[in-house]
Design a protein around this ligand. Structure first.
Ligand SMILES: Nc1ncnc2c1ncn2[C@@H]1O[C@H](COP(=O)(O)OP(=O)(O)O)[C@@H](O)[C@H]1O
Ligand SMILES: [Mg+2]
Length: 367
């Protein structure tokens, strides 16, 4: 029996989504092989040991939160002594041993390499990508640069940071407007469509940029594709990743794109088509593109790769290194369609975590 430390919540605008994802992961642990220890990270970034009854039951992100009065918990940033186990320290209680961490975290601090850095220092096996792939996967700007260098197809884009905007707002806005309208304005580091605006007219650009700059210090502006097909792939694996069948997001919300409301709040905001209807040659070429994106970033464990298809062209939109894991999320749905149910998927992810950790621990540390 292995003990899985499930981390969720966190100092991110995607805190609530993470709580709903955690529920799915915990419910999908194979009781014959794994037991869970729960640690919720509140919105101030403080860790709390929770028992199973304290995990929010709701699947509605508006009705979940981490119980911040539960005892504080923490990990030490150093490996245990040889032969000893990793432990979660808990205020006024005995430390709780565990074998592996499943960070069910979305957004800054959880998905962007920060947490992964702590886990690397502590030499803990953990699910998902390492520090660099997590950081680049979270940062839309760095990600674009890496993909551009690998010559993956991207929608035309530009970006600037808060300092450049303060120094010359007019110039920055002119540069963005040169991409034409509609354009999409996004904080470089965020997810769940938070702070993403579809800007249809020049007059709306300033407000969209300022909103994005409240959520991150860098803003990205992209040419808007006209009603693109949004095709997503789930990928699973370390050195030999496998790609799922395609899924498609069919947006039906009045926002006209896959906004936060369309994703999580409006039950009729979007439909998921699994598998997406694509001719087999096109499906195969999109699968190759998704795998390339995964490999170029150096992902491990899992990711979801989101593509746009518009006017017969495919574009890489983004890679999510810790994608949504709610019962209605694309990744569990895609793998289920591929014959891997929630339990098989979570078991596989934990195996991949042990595998990657063993490879890293075996690297030579001498000359
Ligand atoms: N360049 C674009 N053209 C058309 N639609 C876009 C474009 N960029 C983003 N969108 C729409 O906005 C949504 C959210 O953008 P995305 O970059 O995926 O942000 P997030 O990381 O928050 O999911 C996409 O799913 C899509 O519906
Ligand atoms: Mg997205």
């Amino acid at each position: 029996m292995k003990t899985v430390l499930v981390l969720f919540g966190g100092r991110s605008a995607e805190h609530e989504i993470s709580l709903v994802s955690a529920r799915f992961v915990i419910d999908s642990l194979d009781p014959a092989r794994y037991q869970a220890v729960l640690c919720g990270i509140d919105k101030d970034g403080r860790w709390h040991h929770l028992d199973a009854s304290q995990l929010p039951q709701s699947r509605d992100p508006r009705h979940v939160s981490v119980n911040a009065t539960a005892p504080c918990a923490w990990l030490e940033p150093m490996p245990p002594r040889v032969g000893e186990k990793h432990v979660l320290h808990v205020e006024r209680s005995a430390p709780i041993p565990f074998d592996v961490v499943f960070p069910v975290m979305h957004g800054p601090y959880g998905e962007d390499g920060c947490l992964q850095g702590l886990l690397e220092l502590a030499a803990v096996p953990y699910v998902g990508s390492g520090v660099a792939a997590s950081a680049v996967g979270m940062d839309k700007l760095l990600q674009k640069r890496v993909f551009a260098q690998a010559e993956l197809p991207l929608v035309p884009w530009t970006s600037f940071d808060r300092a450049a905007y303060r120094a010359n707002a007019q110039g920055a806005l002119e540069g963005a407007a040169a991409l034409g309208f509609p354009c999409f304005v996004k904080p470089a580091n965020m997810g769940s469509s938070l702070g993403v605006s579809k800007v249809k007219r020049r007059e709306e650009l300033r407000a969209a940029v300022e909103l994005a700059l409240e959520l991150d210090t860098t803003v990205l502006i992209e040419q808007g594709l006209e009603a693109p097909r949004e095709i997503e792939f789930a990928i699973l694996g370390n050195d030999e990743p496998v790609v799922s069948e395609p899924g498609e997001i069919i947006v039906e919300h009045a926002d006209g794109f896959y906004s936060y409301e369309a994703k999580y709040l409006d039950p009729n905001g979007a439909r998921l088509a699994v598998p997406a209807e694509l001719r087999s040659a096109e499906r195969a070429s999109l699968q190759v593109l998704a795998l390339q994106a995964y490999r170029v970033l150096g992902c491990a464990g899992l990711a979801r790769v989101d593509l746009f298809v518009s006017g017969g062209e495919a574009y890489v939109n983004e890679v999510n290194t810790l994608p949504g894991f709610t019962a209605v999320s694309m990744v569990p749905r895609l793998w289920k369609a591929g014959g891997l149910d929630g339990m098989a998927l979570v078991s596989r992810l934990l195996e991949l975590a042990f595998e990657r950790s063993a490879v890293r621990r075996a690297l030579r540390t001498t000359r």
